[in-house]
Design a binder for this molecule. Sequence first.
Ligand code: DLL
Length: 435
Amino acid sequence: MKQYFQQEIETASREEILEIQNKKLVKQVRHVYDNVPYYKKLMDEKGVKPEDIQSVEDIRKLPFLSKADLREAYPYGLLGTDIKNCVRIHSTSGTTGKRVVAFYTQHDIDLWYECCARAIVAAGGNEDDVVQVCYGYGLFTGGAGLDGGSHKVGCLTLPMSSGSTDRQIQFMMDLNATILCCTPSYAAYIGETLAEKGYKPEDNKLKAGIFGAEPWTEEMRQSIQKSLGIKAYDIYGLTETSGPGVAFECCEQSGMHINEDHFYAEIIDPETGEVLPEGSKGELVFTALDKEAFPLLRYRTRDICVLSRKECSCGRTHVKMTKPMGRSDDMLIIRGVNVFPSQIETVLLNEGYTPNYQILVDRMNNTDTLDINVELAPEQFSDKVADIQRREKSLEVAMRGMLGIGPKVHLVAPKSIVRSEGKAVRVIDKRKLHD
Ligand code: DLL
C-alpha cells in the first residue's frame, strides 16, 4: 500500500530540506519585496533588504505579519501578483472585524491540494477509498482543501459539505465511505447519531477520519475512535496559509508533520517576539515559501504549540508540531489564571462525561465567574437531585485540580447543548458585554 503521496520530499534528509527552504526563501523574499508594497514598507522600516536574506538563518531579520496587518491591508494589500493571475479566493469565518481574504493562483491551489493529498495518504488513503468530506464548502477552506486532496489521491470523493446529519449517515452507509473528513466536534456528533440510529461502530466501513479546524484533545480522539470504530488523525492549517494541510498526522498519531518544503515554521515568545529554541512552547509563526498570490512572510498564527524533530517511525522527516492548545486569544484569563478550554475537555472526558459542554464566563461584583454546563449521556441521567449534586461536586474538584481555580459545574439533561456541524462554539464570555 502507498505510504507517502510524495515520498522523495516527505522523507528527504534534513540537509535536503534546508537546501530547498534556503533557495525558496531567497526567491520568495525578493518576490514579496518587489510585489507587495505593504510588506516592502515593513522591511524598509526595519532596514532589511532582500539581499540580507541568504538562508533561513536570516529569517529573524524579517518583520512579522499579524492579523491586524491583514485587516489593515484588506482586501488587496498583501496580494503578491496581478489579480488576473488569481483563480480563487477563500475567507475566514471571522465574526468580528473584517474577514481575512486569501487569494490563490492555480500554482497555489495545486500545492495546497498536494499538501492535503499527503494528509490523506498518511491516514491510510489510496485510490480505493471513498472520502466523505463534511467540512463546509464555500469560503471556508476545509471542504475545498480535502476535496482537492482526495481528487489528487484518486479517491472517490463525496462532497457532502457540513450539516444534514441524517443525509451524511445515509450516504456514509449506502456508499461505503471509508474516510471521514470534518471537525472533531462534528465527528463526535455523527458518532452519537449513528449510535442513536442503532448502528454499532463495526456496521460502517470507515477506517479513518481526518479531523481538524478546531482544538481537540487526546481524550476526544479516543472517544471518537471508539464511537466510529476508526483511527482519528489530526490535520492543521489556516486560511492565511492556504487552508488545511499545512500539517498532518501520520500513523504514529503523535503530532503533525509540517509540510516544510512549503512552510517554514518558527516558535516565538508571544510577548516579546523572541525566537525560541526547539522544544519550547510558544506561538507558531509561518512563512509561505512558494505561494504566489498570498505570500505571507513570518505570519503570527496565535496558535500555541511545540515543535519537535524527534525521529518519526513513519519515515517522514518533516518537523512535527503538537496539537495546538487553542489560540493565544482563546485562552481565558479567569481571576488572573490562564485557562484553556482544552483543559476542561480533558477533565470531562477523563471523568466519563460527553464531549458536549459549554463554558460560560462572566463578571459579578468585580470577580470573574466560571460556569461549565456538561451534558449527561442518557444512561448517566438521574432525577435524584442529591445524586446530581454529588457528581457536580466531584467534577468541580477534578476541575480545580486541573485548572487551579474552581468552576461551578452544572450537569444538564441529554441533548440540551446545541451540537456543532462545523467549528464548535465552546466558550461564551459575557465579560466582553460589560467592557
Ligand atoms: O480551520 C483550516 C482547516 C480546515 C484546518 C479543515 C483543518 C481542517 P481557519 O478557519 O482560518 O482555517 O482557522 C484556522 O483554526 O489558526 C487554529 O487556531 C485552528 N485550527 C485549525 N486546525 C486545527 C487543529 C481552518 N488541528 C485556525 N487543532 C487555526 C487545533 C486548529 N486548532
